[in-house]
Write a protein that binds this ligand. Sequence first.
Ligand code: ADP
Ligand code: MG
Length: 252
Amino acid sequence: MSDEVLRLEQLCKSFGNLEVLKNIDLEVRRGETIVLLGASGSGKSTLLRCVNFLEIPTSGRIILQGEVVGRQSKGRTVYSEQDLTQIRKRVGMVFQHFNLFPHMTVAQNVMEGPRTVLGLSRTECRQRATKHLDKVGLGWKADAYPAHLSGGQQQRVAIARALAMEPEVMLFDEVTSALDPELVGEVLETMKELADEGMTMMIVTHELGFAYTVADRVLFLSEGRILEEGTPTDVLTNPQETATQSFLRSHS
Ligand code: ADP
Ligand code: MG
């Protein structure tokens, strides 16, 4: 399909004897927002981490913009450092703990990736920082240090930092879970705006109301498999599987 950005084929990941992801097949289209739900330990973080190769899949394939990542050698896929760097430029990720550099200003934090990973000029980095900080509504904090920002603002800077690489896909792993409740809304709002602008996104969240409004498709992961998937209405309002039903009961 021509508007496919990302495809996972029979993706598996084990840690020792523990099979965490079992034959995940998934196709993500351009501009699509996918929300991943599932109990703690079901493999959501591992799935996102495999997509940007913070974890190397045990088997299966990842296809980005029609190109298989890695190359075949003796029946296995092997990944060079160069493959991994390429992927991490093209797939942005935001985590629960934002880990901004405390000794750098907000703008410097956002410029760091474009500067060191993409090798852009100082002027270009500055332009990107301005553009993406404006996008998350924090242009006015460019010269502040992270410690002087609220947790919600810091997380929005972390989003701007990922956006500054101008990735093809953005991954979000429970980015509001560590925030005080009153700071959650501004971060979700920023993500909603990105979705509305057509960013391709995979989001792990327990915010079901947000999932309902932002997702084009909801996937419910259980023990490393996609147990159920569909529109927000299908999965959130009319779940078919017992595990999905009990998850939703315990999170509403
Ligand atoms: P979720 O994000 O859905 O809570 P995770 O993907 O973090 O789930 O974890 C899925 C399973 O994989 C858990 O049993 C977890 O303990 C295990 N796991 C995750 N990362 C590692 C690792 N680096 N080494 C060993 N086990 C891991
Ligand atoms: Mg997780």
